[in-house]
Design a protein around this ligand. Sequence first.
Ligand code: PLP
Length: 438
Amino acid sequence: MSGALRYVSTRGGSPAASLSEAIAAGLAPDGGLYVPQTMPRLDVAEFDPHGTLADTAATLLAPFFAGDPLAEALPAICAEALDFPVPHRALPADGAHVLELFHGPTAAFKDVGARFLAACLARLPRRDERVLTILVATSGDTGAAVGAAFHRRPGVRVRILYPDGKVSPRQAHQLGCFGDNVAALRVAGRFDDCQRMVKAALNDAALQAEVPLSSANSISLGRLLPQMSYYAHAALAWWRERGEPLQLIVPTGNLGNALAALWVRALGLPVGRVHLACNANATLPEFLAGADYRPREAVATIANAMDVGAPSNVERLRWTIDDATLRRDLPATSVDDDAIRATLARHAREHGEVFCPHTATAVHVLDVLRAAGDRSDWTVVATAHPAKFESVVEPLIGHPVAIPAALVAMLARPAHAEPLSATDAALREVLRQERPYG
Ligand SMILES: *Cc1c(COP(=O)(O)O)cnc(C)c1O
């Protein structure tokens, strides 16, 4: 098909790939991230005003899938992956809204990307008969979402690496509760160690020959593209109702979720201003305020899923938009733990609203904008259910957070994680020892 969209590396050193190839590969061979060669353009009128989230996603993503072997299955992939609600509701206080991305099976927005990627990979033909092992390093939410998305799928198994003692107790339980083809490895180290070990395994040609490996980390296009769906769906409804673009405050770590919002705007759809909310890891706010881009080690915060000092998707951001425009148009605010705590406590006390610590960074940015006299409509993006972070949230609000049904079911299952030392050799050993149908 002549209209096929090709994908190129942000580093310019890899041949153009089809979408399927880009999704199967994850990272481009030159170490860059895949981006569409040209950004498609879409018009509001192309979307069914009565469509579901999955319908909006199928229309939105059609130009990205054009000419690809997965194109025909796109509506089915969207229906399978995006089958939970994404409410856009008014906050009681001050005319702002919240877009709740956490009503999927593991109660964080990572479910959207993980389920979509799993639905894509399940439909890609594989030449290898052996089981594909999917490695994922997680600071908490990604591992659970990937585990749930691939649980009991034939032909694949998942190995989740997480830093022992550095995820919340409930997150740890979630990571270890799947069983069957999904196993959790608790690594005696930090998240960075987990990430390094996964990368080393993926780059180990001898190991790959014995044990076919893939990854499901956040740089995969198969996770990024579907995240545009909820922004497009909310923005289109807002536009039809009010004739105004949707303005978003997005909690940000690796920049995958926020980049999806910026790409929806780049497609020509009605997303207006976007404001990034970061925790104490201030790499992005400093760069966007005019400093040189300076990636660094992450510092630990109570919004731990955003503890990123070198956001991978910056490469995609700077490929899409030039630095001068970014610095003019993309505000970003760093929010420290004290401000997160104060925000959580105040909104619970004054409005009965309970947020997760990540969402609280965005709520704090809203509070700051309001205090500076900004009365415009903002939508705060809620990335996880507060019940996932009970050990942070409950002492601040003074009462237990009701647990959503999906989490209750997971917490009722037994959980197990194997200890692993933080060396590349230890992971290699584990992967080699396992039978090909583990
Ligand atoms: C992953 C995560 C984030 C950060 O999303 P990025 O795409 O990495 O910017 C924010 N909040 C929660 C709850 C997360 O799990």
